[in-house]
Design a protein around this ligand. Structure first.
Ligand code: ZN
Ligand code: ZN
Length: 96
């Protein structure tokens, strides 16, 4: 038995430097094949997907967490001190 892989597909996901605001899973990003196309972000964990117009903040990432209408001050950052209980490369952290 073999698994058919469609090599003609342009789908190519890269790891984004952001985590999902719903589950804190790592986000993937798919850049547009044509320059004008939307960027598609997808959570590698829960599968939520969203489009963005450019390489800014993904609409579904933890940077967009809000308290009421205010920015909650959470940003996706690199985990500079990975610990056994927090091994994720990118973590959501409160920024003062
Ligand atoms: Zn998620
Ligand atoms: Zn983010």
């Amino acid at each position: 038995m073999s698994v058919a892989v469609d090599l003609s597909s342009e789908e190519c996901w890269a790891l984004a430097e952001h985590v999902c605001r719903a589950c804190l899973g790592r986000l993937l990003v798919r850049r547009p094949v044509e320059r004008c196309g939307p960027w598609v972000y997808r959570c590698s964990n829960c599968g939520v997907e969203a489009e963005a117009s450019g390489a800014g903040r993904p609409p579904i990432c933890a940077c967009n967490m809000k308290v009421g209408r205010k920015d909650a001050g959470i940003r996706c950052v690199r985990n500079d001190r990975p610990r056994p209980e927090l091994l994720c490369e990118i973590v959501a952290r409160e920024i003062p």
